[in-house]
Design a protein around this ligand. Structure first.
Ligand code: NAD
Ligand code: ZN
Length: 359
């Protein structure tokens, strides 16, 4: 196995308040011909919204509104592939995702699956994708996940929740316009922003840490602290959280996440708990693993008067707990990053159950 990974990065990025205006001119040279549309996957929270009116549609371009109420699923990606293949005589010029991590992941997966045969569930894993995706653009409207820079698209499949990790997954272009995050509700702003904060804590405290990851992780952590603990002016806060998300994503690219993410995947798989809130629900009880990070998390939570839901795991059966524990333990690289090669000595099913029971 190669010792050092040769990591693909997003080749083009535009940043700045209002830069969404430039989308039309960015896409123009990428149009193959008038029969090959751009397909815009847009969070349905923007249906009828002014952002949608500013999408530069021409020829037979299409907007498909998608709800982010549930996390992306492999069958949903497969259905979108059929819809597009049946609706047009040729492949689209490109796919543009506009929304949070849910829409960004759907856009990445759709772009990959338009050129690769079979079901998206066959590609959940590492480096299973054989052919390059079609041109794809990510436009985040909420900051934190790092999905705009990452090499994965996380999908819930029939058997597992796992990303399609590949060199073809990252976006060809990202548009970072902090103004697009204007209307995010406070709770969601906190949960998705904490995803970024937790990426930093897990990366910076992991055994996989290296100067590459550290340099991005420290910057992202500093930005998160400014956003959630200082009293920044709103526009500055949006700018900084958007860049924190980017740097947090870059940090985990070359290291790994840890305990909160592994356990949050279990919650999400069994109960459909979404990524940001799931991470917060777990992370609050991880003082044993991340003492400083958890203390600061409580400080941020209090400052913004966020009440996390309680009793999520109350009333679950032994079998339910086992399902979550199996999903969490299957994410071996996350545990190894968090605790080192000997992680199995500390992490037992009983240990995980005792944490899940608090949630
Ligand atoms: P999301 O896309 O799930 O959206 C959360 C909520 O915010 C939704 O209700 C959405 O409609 C709303 N929203 C988004 N932008 C808004 C705006 N500007 N105004 C008002 N409402 C807005 O949120 P998320 O936390 O960004 O993404 C979570 C998803 O990201 C999960 O599916 C997770 O698996 C995935 N994820 C992917 C990666 C990756 O590297 N690919 C990393 C982390 C998480
Ligand atoms: Zn995350």
């Amino acid at each position: 196995m190669t010792k050092y990974r040769n990591f693909p990065m997003v080749p083009r990025v535009v940043f700045g308040q209002g830069c969404f205006e430039q989308l039309g001119e960015i896409l123009m040279p990428k149009r193959k011909n008038s029969e090959a549309p751009f397909i815009f996957l847009v969070d349905d929270v923007f249906e009828g919204h002014e952002i949608t009116k500013r999408i530069p549609l021409i020829f037979n371009d299409q907007i498909i509104f998608i709800s982010a109420d549930e996390e992306p699923k492999t069958h949903q990606v497969d259905a979108l592939v059929s819809q597009i293949k049946n609706g047009y005589t040729e492949l689209p010029s490109g796919i543009i995702g506009i929304g949070g991590g849910t829409l960004l992941d759907l856009a990445k997966a759709l772009a990959l699956m338009l050129t690769n045969p079979g079901s998206s569930s066959e590609y959940q894993g590492w480096d299973l994708v054989k052919k390059p995706a079609i041109y794809h653009v990510g436009i985040p409207t909420i900051s934190g996940t790092g999905a705009e820079v990452s090499r994965t698209t996380v999908l819930l499949g029939p058997e597992k929740k796992l990303g399609i990790n590949s060199d073809f997954t990252p976006f060809d272009q990202v548009v970072l316009d902090p103004d697009l995050t204007h209307g995010v509700p406070k709770e969601q702003w906190f949960y998705t922003g904490m995803d970024c904060y937790i990426h930093c804590v897990e990366s910076l405290n992991g055994t996989f840490l290296n100067a590459f990851s550290q340099s991005y992780g420290e910057k992202a952590l500093e930005l998160c602290k400014e956003v959630y603990l200082d009293s920044l002016e709103a526009a500055e806060s949006r700018d900084k959280l958007m860049m924190a998300s980017w740097h947090g994503g870059m940090s985990i690219a070359y290291s790994q996440v840890g305990v909160a993410h592994a356990m949050s995947y279990g919650l999400s798989y069994l109960l459909g708990v979404r990524h940001g809130i799931g991470n917060c629900l777990v992370f609050q009880y991880l003082e044993e693993f991340y003492p400083e990070g958890v203390a600061l998390f409580h400080e941020m939570k209090e400052k913004h008067q966020i009440e996390l839901p309680k009793g999520i795991c109350a009333g679950l059966s032994d079998q339910d707990f086992d399902t979550m524990i199996t999903v969490a333990l299957s994410l071996e690289p996350l545990w190894e990053n968090a605790l080192g090669k000997e992680w199995r000595k500390t992490i037992t099913p009983q240990k995980l159950r005792s944490i899940y029971e608090k949630i």
